[in-house]
Design a protein around this ligand. Structure first.
Ligand SMILES: [Zn+2]
Ligand SMILES: [Zn+2]
Length: 94
């Protein structure tokens, strides 16, 4: 009897899905077309739940560049925008 392969960990499975998605779609940002190496969840893990099949579903993933990715994540974006604006002496009050 062949040895049973060890079950894939969720982390390994996710890395594999990301690799496959990047390979299949050509490593270009699906928003703006520049070379990209990020993968973004359309329905975020925080909504679907970390154990959800959506986390591993290529249909729920888009290849995205760093710039576009920042726009998808207001919490990542805000501190850097605020900092950039401060550097120019502009107050962001809106
Ligand atoms: Zn982009
Ligand atoms: Zn993302």
């Amino acid at each position: 009897m062949p040895p049973t392969p060890r079950p894939e960990t969720p982390q390994a499975r996710y890395r594999r899905v990301v690799r496959e998605v990047l390979q299949a779609r050509g490593r270009l940002c699906e928003c703006c077309g520049v070379p990209a190496r990020h993968v973004h969840h359309i329905i975020p893990c925080s909504v679907s739940g970390i154990a959800s099949e959506l986390v591993f579903d290529p249909a729920n993933l888009i290849v995205i560049c760093n710039d576009c990715h920042m726009l998808m994540h207001p919490l990542i974006r805000r501190p850097s925008w605020t900092k950039a604006a401060k550097g120019r002496g502009i107050a962001l009050n809106r």
